[in-house]
Design a protein around this ligand. Structure first.
Ligand code: ATP
Ligand code: MG
Length: 573
C-alpha cells in the first residue's frame, strides 16, 4: 500500500493532463467488479433452479439470457477500461521521456563529465515505461481487491461461517506480498542498474569498433561485458525467485483455505443448512477470488519495480540545470571580451590561475601552451559550460553570468577537434533545423573547401553520412563542421585544435577554410602546430593555467622565451 501511494504521488503530475480518462477508467472498474460478482452469485440459481429436478425450461432460458446480457454489457466496459488504461500509460511514458530529453539538454557540462551515458539511455528507454505502467498496476491494485471483496460478499451472502475461512487466509496473503515485495524491489533495482551498465558497455564496444579491431580487443570487451552480464543474471535470478515464489505461495494458501472449506461445507450440507447450488456458488466465488488475488500479487511486484524506476527517473530530473538567471540580452558582439583575474578549478586544484586577457572585436588571438595548460578550459569558461570560480569574464563590459545564456552562446561558433556530425544527410548536418537557401549552403561549402567532395558523394547533399560521419574522412568531416559554423554566422569563432587531427596536407586546406570562414570576425584559436597561428594579431602563451607570454609571432620569437621553444618543438613534427 505504501509503495502504491508513493508511486502514485510521483505519477500524479504526469497523470494530471489525462485526469478525465483516468477517472473514467477508475469508475469503469466498479461495474466490472460487480459483473464478476454477479456471475458468481448466479451459479447458485443455475444449480438450484436451472438444473433441479422439477425446473421449467423458462428458468433455464432466463438464466441463459441474463448471462448473454452480462457478456454484452461487459464488452464495452472492459474495452474502454483497459484501452483507456493503456492509452494513459503510453501517453504518460511519452511525456516523461520528453521531460527527460529536455532535461538532458540543460544539464550542466560537469554532469556529463562523470555520468554514464548508458545509464541515462536505459533510464530514458526502459524506466520511463515501467514507471508509466505503475498507473495501470496501481489501478489493478485498487480494482482487484474491489473484485475480491465483491466475491467475498457473495460468499458471505451464501454462508458467512464458511466465508470466515477466507478471512483467516487474507492476512497470510498480505504477509506474503509484503515480504516478497521488498525482495523484488531490491533485486529488480540491482538488475536494472546492471542493464544500464550493459547498455553502456554495448555503446562503448560499438563506438570503439575501429580501435577494438586494430588492437584485437574483442576478448577484453567481451570479458568486460560478460562480467556485467553475470552480475545481472544473479540479481535477476534472485528477483525472479522472489516473484515466482509469490504465485505458488498464494496458491498454497488458497488450497489450504479451500481444503478447510470442503471439510466444513460437508458438515453443513449433510445437516441441510446449505444447498448444493449454494455451495457450488460459494466455491465458484472462492475460485474466482483467487484470480484477483493473483493479479494483485503480480501488480504488487510490478509496482515495486516501478518505484525503483521512479527513483532513477527523478534523480535525473532533479539534477540542477545549468544556471540561467542572467537577464542581459544582446544579439551581437560589439566591443571586447575580457578575462579579469580568472581562476578556475574542476574540483581539486586550480586549472586557471589569475588569468587576464582582453580581446578586441575583430582581433585574431592564438592560444598556445603544453597539453593540460588550460586552453580548452578557457574556451569552456567563455561558453559558460562551467562557472568561473574567482574573477570574472566580461563580454562588452557585462559579466557573462549576467548574460542570458542563449544570447551569450549565440555570439560564438565552436569548431573543435572532435567532429560531431549527426547520422543524417549532409544537408541536415549543415542546416540543423534552420532555413538556408541553396546559394547559402553552396557558398558555405565552397568557403570551407567542402563543395567538391560533397558533389562527388552519391546523392550529393542528400547523402546519409552514417553515425558520427563515419562515411567521411576526418578532414572531410571537419570541413563540414566548418561549413556549418559558417552558416551559423556567429560573431566570434572559437577554434579548439580544429586541425590537429589532420595530416599536413589536409591541415593546410582546413586551415585555409577556417581563415576564409572567419573573414573579419573575431577569432580565438587553439593550435598545437604553431605555424598555423603565425599571422594572428596576438598569441597568448599559457603554462599551468597562467599566461606567461603575449605578443605577435615576431615579437615572441625575438623574445627567445617559452614561445620559441614551443614553436621549435612544433616545427619538428
Ligand atoms: N571535465 C574535467 N574535469 C576535471 N578535470 C578536467 C576536466 N577537463 C579538463 N580537466 C583538467 O584540466 C586541465 C586542463 O585541461 P585543458 O583541456 O584545458 O587543457 P588544454 O590546454 O586544452 O590541453 P590540450 O592541449 O591537451 O588540449 C588538465 O589537467 C585536465 O586534466
Ligand atoms: Mg584542449
Amino acid at each position: 500500500m505504501g509503495t502504491m501511494l508513493n508511486v502514485l504521488k510521483l505519477m500524479f503530475p504526469y497523470l494530471r493532463p489525462f485526469w478525465k480518462q483516468a477517472l473514467g477508467a477508475v469508475i469503469l472498474a466498479l461495474p466490472l467488479s460487480a459483473i464478476k460478482a454477479y456471475e458468481a452469485y448466479l451459479v447458485k440459481d443455475i444449480f438450484d433452479k436451472g438444473f433441479s429436478a422439477g425446473a421449467s425450461s423458462d428458468e433455464a432460458w432466463k438464466l441463459a439470457g441474463i448471462l448473454v446480457a452480462l457478456g454484452l454489457v461487459n464488452y464495452p466496459l472492459r474495452f474502454f477500461h483497459y484501452y483507456g488504461l493503456r492509452m494513459i500509460v503510453d501517453r504518460c511514458a511519452c511525456s516523461i521521456r520528453s521531460q527527460l530529453f529536455q532535461k538532458f539538454q540543460v544539464m550542466p557540462a560537469s554532469y556529463f563529465a562523470t555520468a554514464k551515458q548508458g545509464n541515462m539511455v536505459s533510464t530514458f528507454m526502459s524506466d520511463t515505461h515501467m514507471f508509466a505502467d505503475a498507473f495501470k498496476n496501481a489501478l489493478e491494485i485498487i480494482r482487484e481487491p474491489i473484485t475480491a471483496l465483491a466475491l467475498v460478499g457473495v460468499a458471505v451472502y451464501h454462508d458467512w461461517q464458511l466465508a470466515l475461512v477466507i478471512l483467516v487466509a487474507s492476512p497470510i496473503f498480505a504477509l506474503i506480498f509484503g515480504k516478497l515485495g521488498r525482495r523484488i524491489r531490491k533485486y529488480v533495482g540491482f538488475a536494472q542498474r546492471d542493464v544500464a551498465d550493459m547498455t553502456h558497455a554495448v555503446g562503448e564496444s560499438l563506438a570503439g569498433q575501429r580501435i577494438a579491431k586494430a588492437f584485437g580487443l574483442h576478448g577484453f570487451l567481451l570479458g568486460r561485458f560478460e562480467k556485467l552480464q553475470m552480475r545481472f543474471i544473479e540479481n535477476r535470478m534472485r528477483s525472479n525467485s522472489a516473484e515466482e515464489h509469490s504465485h505458488p505461495a498464494v496458491e498454497l494458501v488458497g488450497s489450504l483455505a479451500f481444503a478447510g472449506v470442503i471439510i466444513f461445507a460437508h458438515h453443513r450440507i449433510v445437516s441441510g443448512e446449505l444447498t448444493t447450488g449454494g455451495f457450488i456458488s460459494f466455491v465458484a466465488a472462492l475460485a474466482m477470488f483467487m484470480d484477483p488475488v493473483r493479479k494483485f500479487s503480480k501488480s504488487n511486484a510490478k509496482l515495486n519495480q516501478a518505484r525503483a524506476s521512479s527513483e532513477r527517473i527523478l534523480s535525473l530530473l532533479d539534477t540542477p540545470s545549468e544556471p540561467d538567471a542572467g537577464t542581459h540580452t544582446q544579439v551581437s558582439f560589439e566591443r571586447e571580451i575580457e578575462f579579469r583575474n580568472v581562476s578556475f578549478s574542476y574540483g581539486d586544484g586550480d586549472i586557471l590561475k589569475d588569468f587576464n586577457l582582453v580581446i578586441k572585436k575583430g582581433e585574431k588571438i592564438g592560444l598556445v601552451g603544453l597539453s593540460g595548460s588550460g586552453k580548452s578550459t578557457l574556451i569552456s569558461l567563455l561558453l559558460r559550460l562551467y562557472p568561473v570560480s574567482r574573477g570574472a569574464i566580461l563580454v562588452d563590459g557585462v559579466n557573462i553570468n549576467d548574460w542570458n545564456l542563449e544570447n551569450l552562446r549565440h555570439l560564438f561558433s565552436l569548431v573543435s577537434q572532435d567532429v560531431f556530425l549527426f547520422n543524417d544527410t549532409v544537408r541536415e548536418n549543415l542546416t540543423t533545423g534552420d532555413r538556408h537557401t541553396e546559394e547559402e549552403i553552396n557558398h558555405a561549402l565552397e568557403v570551407s573547401y567542402a563543395h567538391d567532395f560533397v558533389m562527388e558523394l552519391p546523392e550529393k547533399l542528400e547523402t546519409h553520412i552514417g553515425d558520427r560521419g563515419l562515411r567521411l574522412s576526418g578532414g572531410q568531416g571537419q570541413r563540414l563542421t566548418i561549413a556549418r559554423a559558417f552558416l551559423k554566422n556567429r560573431d566570434v569563432m572559437l577554434f579548439d585544435e580544429a586541425t590537429s587531427a589532420l595530416d599536413n596536407e589536409s591541415e593546410k586546406i582546413v586551415q585555409a577554410a577556417l581563415e576564409r570562414v572567419a573573414g573579419h570576425r573575431t577569432i580565438i584559436a587553439v593550435a598545437h602546430r604553431l605555424s598555423t597561428l603565425k599571422n594572428y594579431d596576438r598569441i597568448v602563451v599559457m603554462k599551468e593555467g597562467r599566461k606567461i607570454e603575449e605578443g605577435s609571432h615576431e615579437a615572441l620569437v625575438a623574445k627567445n622565451g617559452e614561445y620559441l621553444k614551443l614553436y621549435e618543438l612544433s616545427q619538428r613534427d
